[in-house]
Design a protein around this ligand. Structure first.
Ligand SMILES: Cc1cc2nc3c(=O)[nH]c(=O)nc-3n(C[C@H](O)[C@H](O)[C@H](O)COP(=O)(O)O)c2cc1C
Length: 315
């Protein structure tokens, strides 16, 4: 069977145990598996929390993010060489923002990757034709994001409400930073940015794999200024701390916005987690996005086959 490249949804337990991420170039290699996030897509910008003190020559260091398979031979799957572009000082650390200087994807052969690039280019072109306001990443940034997504990234459903407007939409440009700080990057043109800036509080519900179709359908909400909660087609409950409407029976984290910054195409929200609920449902396989080989994907699918959701959501 051909080992083709593939970017898309996978079902994994959270936190993922498939890939380990190392930052090389500091005095010692640093395990940043739970500390590497997307800050913007254009230009593709990666955030890593460092500090409290930063090496003076950080901008000169040959830093690189290395994705290794976990277990077995711990093989190197890909690497992104980083160029420091900005550091956001926080009370106890620095959120360092990097753009890729170069990158390598060792997941599958160069010829197949080149074919996949053409496929992505055609998809981008079609999306742009469908809606000329659609967001277009550069081909190099898309290829680099594939290396970044060698490490699977979870999808959450974000609830936000302010005065009489509210929204519920999926996000995957999110993440922990091995610190009290949790980041979320939302396109600056998204109407929900204003709600997040004004209310300064959100609830993040983890998405079971069985909710994949629902999560993608809710992607349409990214273009809306507010939604009709009664038309969602699934039950919601109030989150424990902020009383925001969230899908029932999911793992819910409530966050407070401490700062937000414009980073290229996106607004980067720097938040802290204020409460967390972990019902049994959160132990199911969760929806992640990942770039891997098709062979890997089939292996994962085989382990998902027996998955029978407790109550399938109304699509
Ligand atoms: C599962 C999922 C996760 C997404 N995560 C983010 C995100 O983290 N940040 C963001 O700015 N947009 C995110 N989006 C929004 C998409 O990039 C896109 O803007 C949205 O789906 C509308 O696209 P359309 O105009 O092609 O329908 C996400 C969409 C989906 C479906």
């Amino acid at each position: 069977m051909a080992n083709l490249p593939r970017y898309g949804p996978v079902g994994l337990h959270d936190p993922q145990q498939e890939v380990r991420v190392w930052l090389h170039g500091l005095d010692e290699p640093l395990d940043v598996t739970r500390n590497n996030v997307v800050a913007a897509l254009r230009p593709f910008t990666i955030g890593v929390m460092l500090g409290p003190a930063l090496p003076r020559d950080l901008h000169l260091r040959p830093l690189r993010l290395c994705m290794h398979e976990r277990g077995g031979a711990e093989e190197l799957l890909g690497a992104i060489h980083l160029r420091l572009v900005r550091s956001i000082p926080l009370p106890d650390r620095h959120l360092c923002l990097f753009e890729p200087a170069r990158f390598e994807n060792r997941c599958v052969g160069a010829l197949r990757l080149a074919g996949y690039d053409l496929y992505e280019k055609a998809r981008g072109y079609l999306r742009q034709r469908r809606n000329r306001y659609n967001f277009l990443m550069t081909p190099a940034d898309i290829r680099c994001s594939h290396v970044f997504y060698l490490c699977p990234r979870p999808v959450v459903l974000v609830s936000v409400e302010h005065e009489d407007a509210g929204n519920l939409f999926p996000m995957d440009l999110i993440g922990p930073t091995d610190s009290p700080w949790y980041t979320m990057a939302l396109r600056s043109t998204s109407p929900a940015v204003r709600l997040m800036q004004q209310s300064r509080r959100m609830a993040l519900a983890s998405v079971p794999l069985s909710w994949k179709a629902v999560a993608y359908e809710l992607g349409k909400h990214h273009r809306k200024t507010h939604i009709d909660w009664d038309a969602l087609g699934f039950p919601t409950v109030r989150s424990p701390l902020f009383g925001l409407r969230v899908p029932a029976a999911m793992r819910v984290r409530e966050v407070t916005v401490k700062e937000f910054h414009e980073v290229g195409s996106h607004i980067l929200f720097i938040t802290t987690i204020e409460s967390e609920e972990l019902p049994d449902r959160a132990r199911e396989l969760q929806l992640f996005h990942s770039f891997s080989s098709y062979r890997n994907y089939l292996r994962q699918e085989a382990s998902v086959k027996d998955l029978s959701p407790a109550f399938p959501p109304a699509a």
